[in-house]
Design a binder for this molecule. Structure first.
Ligand SMILES: Cc1ncc(C[n+]2csc(CCOP(=O)(O)OP(=O)(O)O)c2C)c(N)n1
Ligand code: SF4
Length: 285
């Protein structure tokens, strides 16, 4: 078993005290250690934003990409080196706005990537603008008036586009988040965790206390992850009660399986298969 310290970096964190990103980072390091990963076996692809800074504070292979572009890079990396454990990570803006198109195709193709969306319901790094998950009526720095647009329901979206593992965690429920992450990392396919992450500066509505008063574990209350209809129903809850846990999980063919077969070696170990292109070229002469 490796120690969580193995993933430690000395770089000082620039997140505010009380930011949910601190807890998520610690859970990530602990869970990777519990599953006996070593830093060189893991690739963390992050976007842009406060959440995306996570890649600077953990000792793994990292790739800090353009805003919203984690999933194409993560998909490519997993195809090139199927032995890597590939994670993608970013905020709700990064995932559901700028990267909203990529998530659809990652789900459809069932890429072998664990995707952590730190959902603080605002754009944090750029100082509190409206994001796709901002609650109706919440004040933001985008407008003088509270948000008047209907938010995206992330879990219903993920279930609808066919993600093969859909879960919700809360940064303040560390043990449960670790359990969810462990199962997501073991899942062969696109494993998405929407993580409720308090932003103590720009989101004064959905505070730690607000979440804590509402979250409950859907699995402890009997929900089974193979129940898709039940998952849709529970994902509709947002108010007095907010479900967390594993909403849905299914095993099915992944993009790696379809393109390379199971257990394909990394590109560097694959034998080149030279083909004679002369007949093809002749067709165009
Ligand atoms: C293509 C592009 N658009 C906009 C920006 C500016 N930008 C940087 S971070 C950010 C918001 C990040 O919000 P989110 O993804 O929710 O992450 P958080 O900071 O809340 O963790 C924006 C709009 C950018 N860097 N690139
Ligand atoms: S502004 Fe919000 S998201 Fe950014 S570090 Fe502070 S608490 Fe975290």
């Amino acid at each position: 078993m490796v120690e969580a310290d193995r993933f430690h970096t000395a770089r000082p964190k620039t997140w505010c005290p009380g930011c949910g990103n601190h807890q998520i980072l610690e859970v990530l390091k602990e869970t990777l250690a519990r599953l006996d990963y070593h830093p060189h076996q893991v690739l963390l692809v992050s976007g842009i934003g406060q959440a995306a800074k996570t890649s600077q504070y953990i000792r793994t292979n990292t790739f800090n990409v353009l805003h919203g572009r984690t999933l194409p890079v993560a998909t490519g990396a997993k195809l090139v080196n199927p032995r890597l454990k590939v994670l993608a990570l970013g905020g709700d803006g990064d995932g559901y706005a700028e990267g909203g198109n990529h998530i659809i195709h990652a789900a459809r193709r069932n890429v072998e990537v664990t995707y952590m969306i730190h959902n603080n319901q605002i754009y944090g790094l750029t100082k509190g603008q409206l994001s796709p998950t901002t609650d109706l009526g919440s004040p933001t720095t985008s407008y003088h008036t509270p948000s008047s647009t209907r938010p995206l329901n992330p879990l219903r979206f993920l279930l609808g586009i066919g993600a093969s593992f859909v879960a919700r965690g809360f940064a303040g429920s560390r043990e449960q988040l670790g359990d969810i992450l462990e199962k997501a990392l073991k899942h062969r396919g696109f494993a998405c965790i929407d993580i409720l992450q308090p932003c103590v500066v720009f989101n004064r509505v959905n505070t730690s206390k607000w979440y804590r008063e509402r979250v409950y574990d859907v699995n402890e209350e009997g929900h089974s992850p193979d129940d898709l209809a039940g998952a849709f129903r529970l994902a509709g809850e947002w108010g007095e009660r907010i479900g967390t846990g594993i909403f849905y999980a299914e095993e099915r063919e992944t993009l790696n399986d379809a393109l390379l077969g199971r257990d394909a070696p990394p590109l560097v170990e694959r034998k080149p298969e030279p083909r004679d292109v002369a007949p093809l070229m002749k067709e165009y002469l």
